[in-house]
Write a protein that binds this ligand. Structure first.
Ligand code: PMP
Length: 366
């Protein structure tokens, strides 16, 4: 069976080398006579996998020692609640930057727990959320317990081209669709969280990187599963963790380290994104609606301007082995998610298809 180029926004492609390694180890991990899927999490073998996963991520992202790394469940969406439950400690107020659907969901969830304000929003852009808000320190309330942002907006194809200056206010970032795609300075953030199913592992794992001083202040009625302190103290094993996803994450971290770490990952991702954006910028059949300065390197959104043609595009592309290019249902058009595991050849094939489709489907001039 031939593998296709899968442009899904998540779950999405995993590196072939990683899948092959997992396949080779599937029936018997090391000499323990069983698969990681069948292994108790309370065994030395699994404890080593978890420790290696954490060490790999720490090395990749250069995570400072005063940050804890957690491997959790519940998806990034559970963090929409965990963040306010743990961080609304002093003034019970927090500010949100709303730059897309997920940051809006995070804002609405947090509102259940305190005085939550929208400090800045790009909902009013045309098209909506086609840019990210420009923020300055004075946009945030000085007594806010934290500021929340979403670094890469998966649906709209935007990415923050800057790190908001929040002064002393802890900055929390949802990095679900950009984590480990390029180097970032972890110390600029108080907390980073990400669902793993785009750049890291199969679905089921959520990564939280949290500065130590923010652990241990959860409100008393916080469910244990959402309390960072419980999870830190239990070493992410308060209950059964997502063992197989953690194992896959470990393999992905090792793979990125083996190719040269996040510098090399960034070089590859930039090369792929440039190929696609450069093509979009030199033709007039497709439109890329996103503000150029905040174009995502991971999710590239484009439209033909004709809903029927968009539909035809996604259908014919799928038949040609370029899968899941249909845009999010709330945006329409097309979206090519080109995460870490998408090879350059996949983007080359997409651009070739786009050229062919444009030539074969001329638009009727109004
Ligand atoms: N934040 C972002 C930026 C996302 O892209 C997604 C999922 N696509 C989520 C949050 C929600 O993640 P999950 O499905 O893991 O809850």
């Amino acid at each position: 069976m031939n593998r296709v180029y899968n442009f899904s926004a998540g779950p999405s492609m995993l590196p072939l080398e990683v899948l092959e390694k997992a396949q080779a180890e599937l029936l018997c991990y090391g000499d323990c006579g069983m698969s990681v899927m069948e292994m108790s999490h309370r065994t030395p073998e699994f404890e080593a996998i978890l420790a290696d996963a954490e060490a790999g991520l720490r090395k990749l992202m250069n995570i400072p020692q005063n940050y804890k790394v957690l491997f959790l469940q519940g998806g990034a969406s559970t963090q929409f609640a965990s963040v306010p439950l743990n961080l609304l400690s002093d003034h019970k107020c927090a500010d949100y930057i709303v730059s897309g659907q997920f940051s809006k969901k995070a804002y609405l969830e947090a509102k259940k727990y305190g005085d939550i304000a929208i400090a800045a929003s790009s909902a009013g852009a045309t098209p909506t959320f086609s840019t990210v808000p420009e923020t300055k320190r004075s946009d945030f309330r000085p007594d806010a317990d934290y500021v929340h942002m979403c670094f890469n907006n998966t649906i709209y194809g935007t990415k923050f081209h800057y790190i908001p200056d929040t002064g002393n206010i802890p900055l929390v970032a949802d990095m679900s669709s950009c984590i480990i795609s390029e180097p970032i300075d972890v110390s600029k953030f108080a907390l980073i969280y990400a669902g793993a199913q785009k750049n890291v592992a199969p679905a089921g794992l959520t990564i939280v990187i949290v500065r130590e001083d923010l652990v241990g202040n959860a409100r008393p009625d916080t469910p244990a599963m959402l309390d960072y302190k419980e999870m830190v103290e239990a070493g992410s094993m308060y209950n059964t963790p997502p063992c197989f996803a953690i194992y896959m994450a470990k393999l992905v971290f090792e793979w990125i380290l083996s190719i040269g770490g996040l510098e090399e990952m960034k070089r590859r991702n930039e090369k792929k994104a440039s190929l696609l954006y450069d093509y979009l910028d030199t033709q007039n059949y497709y439109t890329a609606p996103v503000d150029k300065k905040c174009r995502s390197m991971m999710n590239v959104v484009f439209v033909t301007g004709d809903a029927e043609l968009d539909k035809k595009f996604a259908k014919e592309a799928a038949a040609a082995g370029l899968k899941n290019l249909k845009g999010h249902r709330s945006v329409g058009g097309m979206r090519a998610s080109i995460y870490n595991a998408m090879p350059y050849e996949g983007v080359e094939a997409l651009v070739a298809f786009m050229k062919k489709f444009a030539a074969e489907n001329p638009k009727i001039q109004a």
